[in-house]
Write a protein that binds this ligand. Structure first.
Ligand SMILES: O=P(O)(O)OC[C@H]1O[C@H](O)[C@H](O)[C@@H](O)[C@@H]1O
Length: 328
């Protein structure tokens, strides 16, 4: 475990990258370009702020704890290797543990700043997360995971790479199986003012209605009650018979929009979540009325987990592109 001073001497890069003391004395990285900024906690490799032209795009709960082994509420929690409930803790452990800083790069030509985090199997993961193997005996999952965050002057790139580092000779054994989601909380003027484009005609698992598979019939998806849906295969296809509409969050209150692009092959699912009134009251680390100022649009691979044989790798990418105010 590095001290703040050690992290600063290793990773500070002039005006572009600074390691600072964040909430509850946890260390955070502050990335800056001429027009944008981003803050990332080492705890969970958790992005807590992304601004372009001084406008904040991410919602953070005022009641979020910043505690060891707990997730931060808001920003971009990284959900890996499990989404929701399952064999290990809800939404996996990547959001609850400290990541290693692996690389820091400043590209003056493209005006971008990049941080690379690394997570490998560790004492904790080895205790809680075993492989499914065919030969009977359970073994630990061996993995090498890279999370790359690149801040550009007007958008943010998130890349996630996983390698199964098991040395098992049999490809049927030691399969690394996981789900993944970028569980992003967007800051909005008010839930009444927003809608999501790009989901029309898609099927979704409606977690508020017994996981019923339902077809989205709205061009504009608006939220007016507790919403918890996993949209499936949100991949552009000809069969829809309409022009391709990218996934977009429109806020008519602030007159802004955010376009979300992602690698459809590796991350075909999109979650839309808002806890609404009753659930907000039950969540300890979330304000009673904060549901009005956030919406989660989560890109991931949830319905079909990824399975990697020993030595196989997985790579994916997601970008968050805010518009200029004038574009609406
Ligand atoms: O409270 P958390 O573990 O962070 O989960 C918050 C929410 O995350 C996702 O969006 C799930 O679809 C929801 O079912 C869950 O309530």
């Amino acid at each position: 475990m590095y001290t703040l001073e050690q992290l600063q001497s290793l990773w500070n890069k002039g005006k572009y990258i600074q390691v600072l003391k964040g909430n509850n004395d946890l260390s955070k990285l502050v990335l800056k370009t001429s027009t944008s900024s981003c803050e990332i906690y080492i705890h969970g490799a958790h992005i807590t702020s992304f601004k372009t032209n001084s406008v904040e795009h991410l919602f953070m709960s005022e009641k979020s704890g910043f505690q060891d082994m707990k997730a931060i509420r808001g920003g971009v929690p990284l959900i890996w290797p499990q989404f929701g409930n399952g064999k290990i803790q809800t939404h996996g452990f990547a959001r609850n543990c400290d990541w290693e800083i692996h690389k820091a790069l400043v590209d003056e030509k493209t005006q971008s700043v990049q941080i690379e985090f690394l997570l490998r199997n560790n004492e904790y993961s080895e205790k809680v997360w075993n492989c499914n193997i065919t030969s009977g005996k359970e073994t630990i999952n061996n993995f090498h995971t890279i999370y790359r965050v690149t801040l550009h002057p007007d958008f943010l790139d998130l890349e996630f790479d996983v390698k199964n580092t098991s040395t098992s000779p049999s490809s049927n054994d030691n399969i690394l199986e996981f789900q993944l989601a970028f569980h992003t909380y967007y800051q909005i003027s008010n839930i009444e003012n927003v809608y999501v484009l790009g989901l029309d005609g898609r099927e979704y698992i409606d977690k508020m209605n017994g996981h019923k598979i339902t077809k989205e019939v709205n061009d504009k998806v608006q939220i007016s009650n507790e919403t918890d849906r996993v949209y499936l295969n949100v991949v552009p296809t000809q069969s829809i018979g309409k022009n391709y509409q990218p996934l977009q969050l429109i806020d008519n209150g602030s007159k802004t929009s955010i376009t979300l692009t992602y690698d459809y092959q590796s991350m075909p699912d999109v979650v839309v979540w808002n806890p609404w009134i009753e659930k907000s009251k039950k969540m300890e680390d979330f304000g009673d009325n904060e549901y009005q100022n956030m919406i989660c649009i989560e890109i991931g691979t949830i319905n079909t987990p990824v399975k990697l044989s020993p030595n196989q790798s997985f790579q994916t990418k997601h970008s968050i592109l805010p518009s200029n105010k004038s574009s609406l």
